[in-house]
Design a protein around this ligand. Structure first.
Ligand SMILES: N[C@@H](CCC(=O)N[C@@H](CS)C(=O)NCC(=O)O)C(=O)O
Length: 214
């Protein structure tokens, strides 16, 4: 399998965690977002949305969208699973994952932040208000969803697709200064996850395209 991604992309980071939790090997193909390589003609053939990640399977199929990629990995390589066994908990894990991947991260994606700064000319205070209102607001909802469920991880006592989405979201939130002081459960689970070898392997700093000291 080939994973097209970028070291600091939170959506790529999700997939790297899922691959590592499943113990799967892959060929990592960096797409430099700061150089605009997501819009290169060759890459657009893989993902017309000009976003990373994209996963090319050994059969040559190209799957985009991190949640769909993780769904593919779960279908193709079910053991170990990144979903809880009980059906209600499975649904809940998917809901937490979607809250983070669909309601939080899109509002802090690179092209959105560029548009806010370069086109709408938001200053640092307005950017901070945006980040705390939108990604921060969705994370606050995830905090409640996770707190209602209990367990060492987002849903239960083993990492699931929800934790694959949580860790990159917290990584991005810390990077962009989202206030997480009212999110003790997310913070605690994040701290627990990052100590695990699969999460360590998937960390942005440990990728071949990582830029040191950045
Ligand atoms: N919903 C997509 C989001 C993908 C996404 O936002 N990718 C970002 C990096 S995390 C990207 O490629 N940004 C490039 C850009 O904004 O130009 C997914 O889950 O895969």
């Amino acid at each position: 399998m080939k994973l097209f991604g970028y070291w600091r992309s939170s959506a790529t980071y999700r997939v790297r965690i899922a691959l590592a939790l499943k113990g799967l090997d892959y060929d990592y193909q960096p797409v430099n977002l700061l150089k605009g390589e997501q819009s290169d003609a060759a890459y657009l053939k893989k993902n017309p949305a000009a976003l990373v990640p994209a996963l090319e399977t050994d059969d040559g199929a190209v799957i985009t969208q991190s949640l769909a990629i993780m769904g593919y990995l779960e279908d193709a390589f079910p053991h170990p699973s990144i979903l809880p066994e009980e059906l209600g908990a499975r649904g809940h894990a998917r809901a937490v994952a979607a809250t983070l991947a669909c309601e939080a991260q899109p509002f802090m994606n690179l092209r959105i932040q560029k548009y806010l700064k370069d086109t709408l000319k938001l200053d640092a205070d307005a950017m901070s208000a945006w980040l705390n209102r939108w990604p921060g607001g969705a994370m606050a909802a995830a905090e409640k969803m996770v707190a209602a469920h209990g367990g060492a991880f987002c849903v239960g006592d083993a990492p699931t697709i929800a934790d694959c989405c949580l860790v990159p979201q917290v990584y991005g939130a810390k990077r962009f200064g989202v206030d997480m002081s009212a999110m003790p459960r997310l913070t605690e689970i994040y701290e627990r996850c990052v100590k695990l070898p699969a999460f360590e392997k998937a960390h942005p700093d440990n990728q071949p395209d990582a830029v040191k000291g950045n």
